[in-house]
Design a protein around this ligand. Structure first.
Ligand SMILES: Nc1nc2c(c(=O)[nH]1)N[C@@H](CN(C=O)c1ccc(C(=O)N[C@@H](CCC(=O)O)C(=O)O)cc1)CN2
Ligand SMILES: [Mg+2]
Length: 299
């Protein structure tokens, strides 16, 4: 049976470190880190994530500001708010919760965030810096950054000689995950819906990262014995065993099946998800240290 990687515990350690770093910054400069989160519309899951971000930010000692805008908010009004937050000296991190309603041009919104406040790491400037290894002034997207810390907790920082397969090529997870694994010296393949013999490719992976958004797609016989499996998926499926109309969360990996083969594996919930919010706190404290002209601690 595999080691179950406890993302909740690692995330708690990370946020404790962020809290200490915030206290140090306050003692040295009087500054309080500030995080602004913008949400448009009523998506229930997004509302939960935004509430968790605010709660965790306050627990770290940050100023936490939430802007909840109605579903019919126009592009111009949203851009105007981002402009305001970009210019607000009390705010060091600006994040727009995704997905946005369909009438809004998501790409334009992301590119409107000042790169030095882009704590999601989605702006072209930060994407380019990560891709070219300029990580001392970049922000790394939270989910891939958190996934790397979980991999590190099992295998250490240097992944030389390891084969990594990332299933999924999204801008938010798959592509930055590729860059981070490559920077850690892994040999990385990115697989996607057009990949030939996906099960066979997955079986070559010492590190298997699943980020496809398809419930329990990756089966136990896709997993190389002893592999480290990181499940980024969060899918809600029907759970008739819990009662009529009930649901439960599952990942992109068939957990029980894959845990038989894996050396270490993240659960859903309690794996990568909590790390996403912890790494947002890291990016925000880093933004605050940089704006104070100080070198941020390494997490
Ligand atoms: N602007 C952004 N939007 C979105 C991001 C993001 O990083 N930036 N990621 C996801 C949603 N997300 C954070 O925003 C997020 C998803 C899941 C979790 C989490 O803790 N999941 C728990 C389960 C929670 C549940 O019960 O539903 C877990 O896996 O244990 C945190 C953050 C899309 N949008
Ligand atoms: Mg759109």
């Amino acid at each position: 049976m595999a080691q179950i990687i406890d993302g909740k515990a690692v995330a708690a350690e990370v946020t404790e470190g962020v809290k200490t770093a915030a206290e140090m910054l306050k003692a040295q400069t009087g500054m309080q880190p500030g995080l602004a989160v913008v949400i448009v519309g009523e998506d229930p899951a997004s509302k939960v994530y935004v509430a968790n971000k605010g709660r965790t930010a306050r627990a770290c000692g940050f100023l936490s500001v939430e802007h909840a805008l109605p579903d019919d908010t126009g592009q111009e009004a949203l851009m105007g708010l981002i402009d305001e937050l970009n210019g607000d000296p009390a705010i060091h991190g600006v994040l727009v919760q995704l997905p946005l309603p369909g009438h809004i041009d998501e790409g334009a919104v992301i590119q409107a965030i000042a790169p030095d406040k882009d704590v999601d790491g989605f702006h072209f400037t930060n994407v380019g810096k990560l891709g070219t290894g300029v990580t001392d002034s970049a922000f790394v997207p939270c989910t891939p950054a958190g996934s790397m810390l979980l991999i590190e907790s099992v295998l250490g920082k240097d992944l030389s000689g390891k084969n990594a397969v990332v299933v999924g090529r999204s801008n938010i997870v798959g592509k930055p995950m590729f860059n981070l694994l490559l920077a850690a010296n892994a040999t990385v393949t990115v697989a996607h819906s057009r990949t030939k013999d996906l099960p066979g490719l997955c079986r070559t992976a010492d590190i298997l990262v699943a980020a496809v958004g398809r419930p329990q797609m990756i089966k136990g016989n896709w997993v190389k014995p002893g592999a480290t499996v990181i499940d980024v998926g969060i899918n809600r499926i029907a759970a008739p065993e819990k009662g009529e109309g009930k649901t439960r969360l599952v990942g992109d990996v068939d957990f029980d099946d894959a845990a038989e083969a894996a050396g270490a594996i993240t659960p859903v919930p309690g794996g990568v998800g909590p790390m996403t919010i912890a790494m947002l706190m890291v990016n925000t404290i880093v933004a605050a240290y940089r704006s104070a002209g100080r070198t941020p601690p390494v997490f």
